[in-house]
Write a protein that binds this ligand. Structure first.
Ligand code: GLU
Length: 618
């Protein structure tokens, strides 16, 4: 049964705003700082007519909103949002991490790669213990070993040179003011600190995030971060070199190399030589009934766009499109809760198994890894996807574990990579009034990254967290037969990612239909695919699509968001032989889609009820 819900309140419908934004940018910190929750908070969905920004924290969204209102472009707003996120959502992303940015100026889509790199001194043994075996995950994460060269600031600088409208320095004003004068610790940050085991072993982090009695700061506490304010002032006036060379870089390197138990190899030359890269985006056609869309996302080193393109492309060769949503079990207080049916979930998870088998086999940094058949597009070739779809038995048993295919008709020499834990991250979607749109997913990898906080050599309190992105490499460099994994550690290489910032276009009109993405490690691919499918196939508004329960397979068990699916659905999937696990699946989706009201264009926005994000626009 196909259902189109109509009951979402468009709480922030700001339709009457006709004035064009021309005033110079002067940031005003909100007098009341809103606090989000860390459980499940129903969100209304939003609408705007000229521009909109969706981010994971209300203060960050507000900074982006003020930039757009002052005539800034989408990239200008993204910079302001990212700098505020460094302060208010330090557990997820920041100037100590990496990011991917997809940009459309209305006619051209470009992909900016700000992924961290492995130090020049690193080799494939980086995550092997003294016994020559892969070390336990958190032994790799905590300390200097996992820290890659941060790329976010240099990537934003590259994109700003091309698409910025407001001066670079002005975009740092919101974060600097909030860092100087204080921001209220959000419920989510306080909750994550309560469960955090490693962070207080870092002296800088211990002083900043913990009280004198050793307990973490409470939600609502006003926190000031003078060290970050000082570092941001330097980046504002001197650009990314202020982070990657000079005293700030020296402080980062000392922290990484000087870690007592787990030093890393990051050197000053790694930081100084870091280059953001512009890459050709991965765009694939996706048909829904009579309409064809272009799904555009990040190419390798991310696996996001290829995996999403494969899953949706394979599904289109199954009866999935005939299956709508069914009534859910009411897991969301006060709302209807539609869910996908067991038949559809079977098809989706089988398609996912096939996509993740290829992901584990083929994906890695394109500067080091050969794509199958000479092109990454071999993995998305319609003939290949239809051949892969033939492995799915629509009414039969689950394949449980899929084997990689042979795209491009060339057998690969790489060993498949086993799945590893991934967490953290933040997603930003923005449309401006000049016809630009961005989707940016940004990360320090695990929650609180490597648990190392640098004061940037300022000697002041606070600072910023350093990433643990290198643990996105395969810990095991080779398989049992000695075949190398595509995603093994190599000097200067970028670890494979799952981040999937996505821009969707109508293929006929070339108009933007959607910008979206999520945190969630490998589950990012499923959270984002769910939202795209909900909007395009089930006709949902972005908030409704985001609200749908989460589901996945990483080429093993079927994973379902706990307490969101009826027992009959779970049983129906088990009856097909799939191992089903129900667990919390904390997506952090943000999405903006193009709507139409009274003949006027209308941007609709949604933010994940599982985190603290909001959307703002005029
Ligand atoms: N580091 C992960 C990646 O790049 C993202 C981590 C997360 O979202 O949890 O794929």
């Amino acid at each position: 049964m196909k259902r189109l819900l109509t009951s979402v309140a468009l709480a922030a419908l700001l339709a009457a705003c006709a004035s064009s934004p021309t005033s110079p940018f002067a940031y005003t910190a909100p007098t009341q700082q809103p606090e989000g929750s860390s459980g499940f908070t129903t969100k209304p969905g939003w609408a705007a007519t000229q521009f909109a920004v969706a981010a994971a924290n209300p203060l960050a969204t507000d900074a982006g909103y003020q930039v757009l209102k002052a005539g800034g472009s989408a990239i200008d707003a993204a910079i302001a949002v990212q700098m505020v996120l460094t302060l208010v959502e330090p557990q997820s992303s920041g100037i100590g991490g990496g990011a991917f940015l997809l940009h459309s100026n209305g006619s051209k889509v470009e992909a900016f790669d700000g992924r961290e790199t492995a130090p020049a001194a690193a080799d494939e043994k980086l995550f092997l213990g003294v016994d020559g075996k892969p070390m336990p995950f958190y032994e790799g994460v905590v300390g200097g070993r996992s820290v890659g060269t941060p790329g976010t600031v240099r990537m934003l600088e590259m994109a700003h040179r091309q698409y910025g409208k407001l001066p670079w320095a002005q975009l740092f004003a919101p974060a600097i003011e909030l860092a100087d004068n204080g921001f209220k610790v959000s419920t989510r940050l306080a909750t994550l600190l309560k469960d955090e085991k490693y962070l207080k072993n870092d002296a800088t982090a211990a002083t900043y995030f913990y009280k004198a009695d050793g307990t973490p700061v409470d939600a609502g506490t006003t926190l000031r971060n003078p060290a970050l304010a000082e570092v941001l002032r330097q980046i504002a006036s001197k650009g990314s070199n202020a982070l990657l060379t000079g005293p700030v870089a020296q402080a980062i390197v000392s922290k990484v190399q000087g870690h007592a138990g787990n030093p890393g190899k990051l050197a000053l030359s790694d930081l100084a030589n870091y280059q953001a890269k512009k890459r050709e985006p991965v765009c694939s056609d996706y048909s829904v009934s009579t309409r064809t869309y272009r799904l555009c996302g990040m190419p390798p080193p991310s696996s996001g766009a290829i995996a999403i393109g494969q899953i949706l492309g394979i599904l289109n060769h199954t009866p999935a499109a005939t299956l709508g949503l069914v009534s859910g079990m009411g897991g969301v207080p006060g709302t209807e809760s539609p869910t996908p049916s067991a038949d559809w979930l079977h098809l989706y998870t089988e398609a996912s198994r096939l996509a993740f088998a290829d992901r584990g086999q083929y994906l890695g940094d394109p500067d080091f890894v050969q794509p199958p058949g000479g092109s990454w597009m071999s993995l998305l070739a319609p003939g290949y996807l239809s051949e892969r779809a033939r492995l799915i038995q629509a009414t039969g048993p689950s394949m449980k574990t899929a084997q990689p295919g042979v795209p491009g008709l060339v057998k690969t020499a790489y060993a498949p990579m086993p799945e590893q834990i991934e967490h953290g991250t933040s997603h930003i979607s923005i449309v401006d009034s000049f016809g630009n749109a961005i989707a940016m997913t940004t990360t320090i990898e695990d929650q609180f990254g490597s648990r190392l906080m640098s004061d940037g050599g300022t000697g002041k309190a606070g600072g910023f967290l350093l990433n643990n992105e290198l643990t996105d490499f395969s810990f095991a460099p080779v398989d049992a037969e000695g075949k190398p994994a595509a995603n093994r550690v190599q000097a200067g290489k970028r670890p494979r990612s799952s981040m999937a910032p996505t821009l969707v276009f109508d293929k006929n009109t070339n108009q933007l239909v959607m910008s979206g993405g999520s945190p969630g490690g490998a589950l990012i691919i499923h959270f984002t695919a769910k939202t795209i499918y909900g909007v395009l196939n089930w006709g949902l508004m972005p908030q409704q699509a985001i609200d749908l329960p989460n589901f996945a397979s990483l080429n093993g068990p079927t994973l379902l968001e706990e307490n969101r699916f009826a027992p009959a659905t779970v049983e129906a999937l088990r009856a097909r032989g799939a191992e089903v696990r129900e667990l919390p699946m904390t997506s952090g989706l943000q999405a903006i889609t193009r709507g139409q009201a009274h003949g006027m264009p209308l941007w609709l926005g949604g933010a994940d009820p599982r985190r603290e994000g909001v959307v703002m626009g005029d």
